[in-house]
Design a protein around this ligand. Sequence first.
Ligand code: ZN
Length: 77
Amino acid sequence: MIKTEQKQIQQDIEVAIECDRCKKLYSKDNYAYQEILRIDFTAGYLSAFGDGYQVQCELCSDCLHQLISDFCRKSEY
Ligand SMILES: [Zn+2]
């Protein structure tokens, strides 16, 4: 028989994201929150970031547009 007991668990819950470029804070109830690009990867061999480095970044839509609009491809949905 499995015995159980109740425990209160504290948990970190994401409530907002700060853009790493412009530092603007986007709360979860802000529509723009859904447009934030999350980058999270481990750089590989010969990567400009350095082999094995963990790279993380959150960018808001405005900053992403400023960074890639000159060369990105886009089309209407
Ligand atoms: Zn930004």
